[in-house]
Unconditional design. Sequence first.
Length: 140
Amino acid sequence: MTEKHSIVGPARGEPLPAGRVGVRLRIPLSGSPTARWSRDLSARLTLEVTGHAAVGHLRVNDIVQGQEIVLEGVESGEAANIAGAVERSVDATNAACPDTTDVDQRENVPASEADAIANEVRASQRPIAPDDALPAKDSD
């Protein structure tokens, strides 16, 4: 089955910290894409916006976060074009992602070997005291 995702809602805007240019846009997706789909989307969006005047501050690496496309540095001069660029990129990514039934689903090692390696790691780890697992408290 080919991996496919779609935009399922309108973009939401958030201000960025002082000193940064543009805004953060969050665009909801129909699911949580794989890393491969996410990288493909980033590459295709980069091609879509290359050469546009107001994309100098747009961050297009690691744009898929959970079930959202997150774009930082979107400037007002590019706002009218960004929706189309994202939609075309999602469509192209859906069309290009391979059929996952062709992927070899066999495990590379037996589960018992994975457990044995985890046991070796656990034996080498320093014990975690209950206080180490909690965030430090501020002193007043």
